[in-house]
Unconditional design. Sequence first.
Length: 308
Amino acid sequence: MSTAFLFPGQGSQHVGMGLELYQQSPAARAVFDRADAQLGFALSALCFEGPEEQLTDTINQQPALFVTSMAMWQAMGDPLGSDGSAWSNPAFVAGHSLGEFSALAAAGALSFSDGLKLVRRRGELMKAAGEREPGAMAAILALDVPAVESICSQASELTGRPVQIANDNCPGQVVVSGDEAALAKAMELAQAAGARKVVKLPITIAAHSSLMVSAAAEFARLVDETPIQYPRVQAIANVTAEPLATPVAIREELKAQLTSAVAWTASISYLVQQGVDTFVEVGPGDVLLGLVKRIDRKTKRMKPGIVR
């Protein structure tokens, strides 16, 4: 059995996440307590009790997901550690968008403290960029990537505003991101092209698009200042769907992914080609396992039983 551990991104959060972990695992409790101390406010209470509106604000949502995922990782016994974890040594880790930071922290490329600092600042910068250049995102079902790329090009040309693919999640599920007017035109064109469903997402920023450029420059400076180590296990990049083998490659990936698409279908396909047959989702929810099933039904998909 060859295993890859997957870490979720924005959209997987829910009020109450991590509470069982906190109550049942001293290792997980220590992660939440450490995060609260570093941030200077009770992020744990926001995860456990809400309110939902504050939890889903990207400046809180990003650190909340990172901390919950890392708490679960520690509750599992750190499968890359030497403490006798019941989990088999994974061959790879990968994270979807924000989840890439969790994956890199799990792989030892980022310390927990530095990872938390990065995702908190990433959320602040993305929110500010969204206020400067408002945008939105939409999911398009049952059209392939070339068709959606063509639709985005047409919509951008017709409106003079940017819209582009943000996530290639799995066959038949593509997320687009960009200016409101361009996005509306892309949704209209997708419906005309025969999309089974077009859904505007409850997100007020155009993540993974050119509208994040103003956030990217300052975030790049922060990434350059952050200590990054060689990962203990191969981490798969969102942008290239290839292993991140060096600190230099990791820095370039973290800078690029703010404005680039998440190549999730290609990432999972690469892992399967490398012999991975078992995927474990570490963090709240099981969205990524659903995507893996759509990409390759022969895989085995698991959630740690320690928490819901």
